[in-house]
Every structure is written in C-alpha cells, then in structure tokens.
Design a protein around this ligand. Structure first.
Ligand code: IVH
Length: 678
C-alpha cells in the first residue's frame, strides 16, 4: 500500500471510532459491542506502531475516551430530592415503626397510617408547574442540583404540559419516576442492559427527538415546593395528582399494622413477575404530612419513609481470587473476584465477603462455586458455597494479620457500645501514612457529600495516584492540567473541564470541609455539630494547638452527639503532625465559608439543656427542633447554659439545683410548649 492509501485507511478507522464514541457517549446507544470497538481501536494503534508518520488528533493514542459536551444546564432544586433508607426484612420495618413512635413519643399501641407505594426501578424527575404550565423538568442529579431535561421530559405523553383545574396550586413541583415497561423494553433491548439503563439513557439524549422515539412512561408519587399546599396527607395528594391528570400507581395502598405491611409486601412480590415494569420494593411514607414535618430528616433521607426491598436476585459463579482491600478508616474488607455473571441485567464481577468472621462462618475458599446475591444498589454479596462443587485441594483462606498496604500488624478494636470485639480487622495506621488509606481518603475527599468535584471520580483518583500526581488533598489544587491533557484518555477539553470543576469546589462550607478530611467517627452529622460550634475556619484551626485543643475537646464533650469516641478520635488525629500539615495545607487552598445557622430561629445563639421526659414529644424531636431553630444542645449545666427545660417525667434534681445556683432560666414543660407554638 502506498503511504497515501495507508493514511486514508487510518483516517477512516479514526472517523469510525469517533462515530461509535458519539453513539455511546452522546446518545447512550452503542452500535457495536465493546469487543468490536476495542478491535478497531487496536487496529489504529497497530497502524501507528508500524507507520510512524501516521498522525491524527483524534487518535485513541492521543485521546482515549470521549469528551462529552456538558449536555444539560445545572439547576438547583428548590427542595432537595432525597434518597430513602432501605429495609430488607420484617424486622427492619418493625424497627422503622418503633423509631418513628419513639421519636414522636407516642404509645406503641397507637396506629400510624402509611402510604405503601410500589417502588418502580426507573429514574426520578421533578416537574415544576407555574400556574398549571409545565415550566422546568429536572433530573435528580446529586439530590441538590439536577440537570435541566425539560425538553426531553416534554416528549413523554404521560406528563401533562398544561393543567387546567380549579384550585391547582400556583407553584407545583411534582416528583415521580420515568420508566420503560418490560414489554416496550423488549422492543428496544439491543442497546441497553436493563429497563432502568434504557430509561436513563433515553432521558439524557442530547437531541430530544431521540428521546421521543423511546416509549417512556411517568408515574407521579411525590412533591417538592407546593404553594399553596391544599392537602394534609400523602394519600390526599395522590388522589389530587390523579385528578390533575398524572398517572399514579393503582397498587398504592394505605397500611398501618406490621401485619398489613407484611401481607401487602408478600402479595405485591408475588405479583411482581406479572407486572409490566421493574419493581424493586415498596416505599412506606407516613401519610400525615404534619407528622412527616415533625419527623424531619437525617442527612439525606427522611425519617418518615423507608424502602422495603424485595428479595434480591441471585446467580452462581466461581471465585477466582480473594483480595483484601483497605478502606479509608483502615478496615480490611475481603472482596471475592468472581467470573463475571449477569444477575438481573447487571454484570457482577466482585462480591463483598464483609470480614474474616464471615469468610470463616461460610467457609469461603478460592475456586469455590458460590451463590451471589444482588439487591438493587447494594453491593453484591456471597450467600453460600456449593460445597459439592468444591475441589478437594481447596485450601482455607488465611486472613492476613498484616495490612496488605503498609505491613502494620492488624487489630480488632473493642467496641464500647456492643461491649464486644469488632468483627472488622483494621490497619491501625498509627503514623497516618498507610498508602491505601491515604488513597481511599482522597476518593472520599472528592466524593459527592464531600468536595463534590464534578467528574472527579474514584477511577481518576486511582489514575492520578498511580502516576504519583497526588498523595494528599492539597495536591488536587496543584495539578498540572497541561500534563493531564496529554495523558491517555484525556484531551484539552476534559482537562479544562476538570480544572473548572476543581476551581469551583474551592468554595466550601466549614461543615463540608470537616467531613471531607475524613476523620474517623466524624460523619456528616457530627461534622455539622462541630461546624456549628466552630462557625469559622479560624476557630477550627485552634485544634492545631495542643493547649487550646484540650479546652475545646472538653467543651465538645458537652455537645449532643459528640462523645468520648469522637473526642478521642479528634485528639489522635490532631496530635499527629502529618495530619496537621495535611489539613493546614489544604485549608490554605480553599475558601472556607462560615457555617450558616438559621439566624432567625427562636433559639438562635442560645444553649439549651433538657432533663426529664416530655409527654408530648421525644427528647430526639425536642433536640431536632432546637437545632432547626438555631440553638445548641448541651449535656451538662454550666455558666454557658441559657435554658434548662425540665420535663415532668423524672427530672434529675441535681441538674435542676445546679441550674438554680447558676441562675439559669428554667422552663417547665408547659412553658416549653408555649415557646414551640410562638
Ligand atoms: S419517595 C423522600 N416514592 O426510589 C422520598 N421514591 O430510593 C424520596 N422511587 O429516588 C422518594 N418509587 O427514584 C418515592 N413511590 C415512590 C417511589 C420512589 C420509586 C425511587 C425514586 C427515588 C428512589 C429512592
């Protein structure tokens, strides 16, 4: 072949690859299999190797992967789109009921009514109507910020574009699920693994004319902002939705006792295979919106709802290897690497083995044939070993007694809550320099609930880590984007997008920063409690000094939610110079904004302590109320205390006496309710 001809063949192959990239990344609809795609790519690379004069800026040797255009505008949700806690068994649901009753401080015999709704496995969306006109449609995104997919949603027949009804709220944000029925999925199956992927892919087509071709459906079940709100119950709202022209699930039902709940769950699970859409469980929501309001939220999910999952799907595979991974808290997790197997539309190649005890109890060995269970978004796990298929020579798995990353002798900690030794084996990482832990901390640092750097996922952290480009969080802000743009899989556009996303993440509130650092036992809730105390980064930095720290930690012990475990963890963390450097280098790179407390709350700037039980609400609800209203809860009476609330049931005389001595304002139960109703 002549040089010109070779160049032509080469260019054609590159153009072909580009077409497939577009089909895959822009339209979510690959035309060829991954294998065929890889072979075209390999042919291009082989040609380049053979003829060094071949050049093309779109060659996979320069630019592996595709740089998708940022397709949709990002828009903040007026009220966040939350997720749900999961329950898998009757016990989990009983627990959920008990917690609700405890929180509301109501008798076990009293009934709470729930709206039980089938949980369709699709993609959630929010539809905003102003004066009855569909104005804005958003995807869930990270729950706080979604993507503007209005035009795509408008192609769905089930979604009313205009609602002409008397008494329709002026502002109405309807939330629900976009999905594809099983029968429709069969017709378009070739491009997608399962109906959920198909719905997601179709919804995010750049060209809404492509979305139009897909038979998407919509079922409504929730709401964001509604003004004025003309309903008091979830069940009333569901009825209104129907009146307004939305589809609601005909299997929605009101239930109340655990027996009702179980019966309904069993009944719907029995019907599951004959229902024409994928269901992965039921959702239970407290029907009374006033109670929902009192119950409120924990982090990202409501206290008033839970998803009751159906039994998971199962499959069999062979364990090729057992790898022990080290997590960011030092926990050693054994992971079974299995022969890839398709379980309910998802290819599974890893399954967690939890911990050493679990491996021993189930006697899991390399080479074993095992039953794998996959339930929705939960990590697949090994259920049991098919011992008949075991090879005679299979050896018991020896759990490492040294950290596979840094070689430290591993430990099992004593758990003060359970009064037992933990099941989890840990790398003690006494010097805070275990490599795998550092790397996992970086993954946590960029994750959604932490810095939330758009497009900076675990894979990229791994990639940059392998190339020795990052070790500590601050390194992320010193990356060389010129260098990145020339890396395999990168181009100038993707590098500049990352640069922008990193820049954007520099502005961060104090609570997020505290959470991002990844101090053991300091999760999102505790990070908020700490941030509420420190308010600004300057005050937080006082933790660096040994003397100041001692005082601060003493005070923190008084805060609700912060106990010995958290205080000890903070002491260990901040007494290490490696950590001090890590945090101070990091905060120099960031613009840390003060923690915002609601300044209008009736308890703003006040500290409150409780003693004795209240009859109309639980302590947890009372505390949640104080915090919502900008106050701080203390656990001991000191001069800093503003109010002591004395409940009727068994208050501690000593606390009341001390408060009197210190001239602290004392409120009895009635005056407390008076404050609430102000
Ligand atoms: S309520 C605060 N109701 O399940 C309540 N969700 O794990 C948030 N889903 O993102 C959701 N059917 O995609 C709710 N009847 C239903 C649902 C439902 C399906 C999905 C939805 C949500 C996810 C939560």
């Amino acid at each position: 072949m002549e040089r010109k001809e070779i160049q032509k063949v080469y260019n054609n192959k590159i153009n072909e690859l580009k077409k497939h990239d577009e089909a895959y990344f822009e339209h979510d609809s690959p035309i060829i299999s991954d294998k065929d795609y890889d072979s075209i790519k390999q042919e291009i690379l082989d040609l380049e190797k053979k003829y060094s004069y071949l050049k093309n800026k779109n060659s996979p040797s320069r630019k592996v992967g595709y740089e998708p255009s940022s397709k949709f505008k990002k828009v903040e949700h007026d009220t966040p789109m939350l997720s749900l806690a999961n329950g898998f068994s009757k016990e989990n649901i009983e627990d959920f009921l008990k917690k609700i009753k405890n929180f509301l401080n109501i008798n076990d015999s009293e009934k709470i009514v729930f709206s039980a709704e089938p949980k369709i496995d699709g993609i959630s969306a929010s539809l905003k109507y102003i004066d009855g006109i569909f104005k804005l449609g958003l995807s869930r995104g990270d729950g706080k910020i979604g993507e503007d997919i209005t035009n795509n949603l408008k192609t769905i027949e089930d979604i009313p574009k205009r609602i002409n009804m008397p008494n329709l709220p002026k502002i109405l944000d309807v939330r629900g699920e976009v999905y594809i029925s099983k029968s429709d999925f069969k017709k378009i199956k070739k491009n997608f693994a399962n109906p959920r992927n198909a719905a997601g892919g179709s919804l995010r087509q750049k060209d809404y004319n492509e979305t139009k071709k897909i038979p998407l459906k919509f079922v409504a079940y929730g709401f964001g902002v509604v003004e004025p709100k003309n309903f008091d119950k979830q069940s009333e709202y569901l009825k209104l939705l129907k009146k307004w022209g939305f589809n609601t699930n005909p299997l929605n039902k009101l239930v109340s006792t655990i027996e009702d709940i179980e019966k309904n769950h069993i009944e719907i699970e029995r019907q599951r295979s004959s229902i024409d859409y994928d269901l992965d469980g039921l959702v239970y929501k407290v029907d009374d919106l006033k109670l929902q309001n009192r119950l409120g939220f924990v982090s990202n999910s409501p206290r008033w709802a839970i998803a009751h999952k159906f039994s998971a799907e199962k499959g069999f595979s062979i364990i090729k290897n057992i790898e022990v991974q080290v997590g960011r808290t030092g926990a050693l997790t054994p992971v079974a690497k299995i022969e890839p197997v398709n379980i309910g539309g998802v290819v599974v190649s890893n399954a967690t083995l939890h911990n050493e005890d679990e491996i021993n109890r189930k006697d899991i060995r390399i080479g074993d044939t095992v039953c794998i269970q996959r339930a929705g978004d939960v990590i697949p796990q090994v259920l049991y070993v098919d011992k008949e298929k075991r090879n005679k020579n299979a050896k018991k798995f020896n759990f490492p007694n040294k950290c596979p990353s840094c070689g430290s002798k591993t430990v099992k900690e004593f758990n003060y809550n359970t009064k037992k030794k933990d099941a989890v084996t840990r790398c003690p990482d006494l010097k805070f320099n275990c490599k795998e832990i550092l790397r996992e901390k970086l993954k946590h640092f960029v994750s959604k609930d932490a810095l939330n750097i758009d497009g900076f996922g675990k894979k990229i952290i791994q990639n940059f880590w392998d190339l020795n480009m990052i070790k500590y969080p601050a390194d992320i802000f010193n990356l060389n984007f010129n260098k990145i743009s020339s890396l395999d899989g990168w181009g100038s556009l993707s590098a500049s997008n990352l640069e922008k996303a990193i820049k954007k993440s520099k502005k961060i509130s104090l609570d997020k920063l505290i959470f991002s650092i990844g101090i053991r036992h300091i999760g999102q809730e505790n990070a908020k409690t700490l941030a509420k105390y420190f308010i600004n980064i300057k005050k937080f930095e006082e933790l660096y000094s040994k003397e100041k720290r001692k005082k601060i930690l003493n005070y923190l012990l008084e805060l609700d939610g912060i106990g010995e475990t958290q205080v000890n963890s903070l002491e260990t963390f901040f007494s290490n110079s490696n950590n001090l450097n890590t945090v101070s280098n990091l905060s120099k790179k960031l613009n840390v904004t003060d923690f915002k407390t609601s300044k209008s709350g009736i308890f703003y700037g006040k500290t409150i302590m409780f003693t004795g039980g209240l009859s109309k609400m639980s302590r947890a609800e009372a505390k949640a109320f104080v915090e919502k209203e900008g106050g701080k809860i203390l656990g001991t009476a000191s001069k800093k205390l503003d109010y002591l609330v004395v409940g009727d049931s068994k208050p501690t005389t000593k606390k009341v006496e001390k408060a009197k001595q210190l001239n602290i304002k004392i409120l009895d139960e009635n005056s407390w309710y008076g404050l609430l109703n102000r």
